[in-house]
Ligand binder design. Structure first.
Ligand code: GTP
Ligand code: MG
Length: 131
């Protein structure tokens, strides 16, 4: 997911370029503005964390780009491409190093396991929206 800060700051095209240059195939993609209910459900695993309310507010502050990506070793390689959660700790050249502003407005989301990638892909896309 390209988050509202990066979309709003005009970084969508540059981030998609980095993703494609990194060897990822785009299987599905859409441009949507999440409701509080949808964003809250997507980040339900963080419901008990102190920043959950702020995170839901941020994720609904503007449209996002959701995508399903395919590659060998995709989860690990994508997390390398995007860098650390906190952009001040993200390696030079990573998406968060280049485009993120703060630990919350950190430009992009990547699934943290194959299992969660499956769940999160099914959250946004039907079988007819994957190519
Ligand atoms: P995602 O790819 O978005 O899941 O990020 P991540 O896996 O690198 O981090 P994590 O799953 O731990 O946290 C999910 C999201 O919550 C982060 O991407 C941030 O947007 C936000 N977040 C994480 N830690 C903090 C924090 O300490 N404060 C605030 N305000 N937001 C946080
Ligand atoms: Mg995470």
């Amino acid at each position: 997911m390209i988050k509202p800060d990066a979309v709003g700051n005009g970084h969508t095209g540059a981030i998609l370029n980095d993703i494609i240059a990194g060897g990822f195939k785009i299987v599905a993609m859409k441009y949507i503005h999440l409701s509080k209910e949808t964003a809250g459900a997507f980040y339900a695993v963080h419901a008990e964390r102190p920043f959950y309310g702020e995170l839901v507010n941020f994720m609904t502050s503007g449209p996002i780009v959701a995508a399903i990506l395919e590659k060998d070793n995709a989860v690990e390689d994508f997390r390398k491409l995007i860098g650390a959660t906190d952009p001040s700790k993200a390696e030079a050249g990573t998406v968060r190093n280049k485009y993120a502003k703060s630990i919350e407005a950190n430009a992009i989301h990547g699934s943290d396991s194959d299992e969660n990638a499956e769940i999160e892909g099914n959250f946004f896309f039907s079988q007819f929206e994957r190519f």
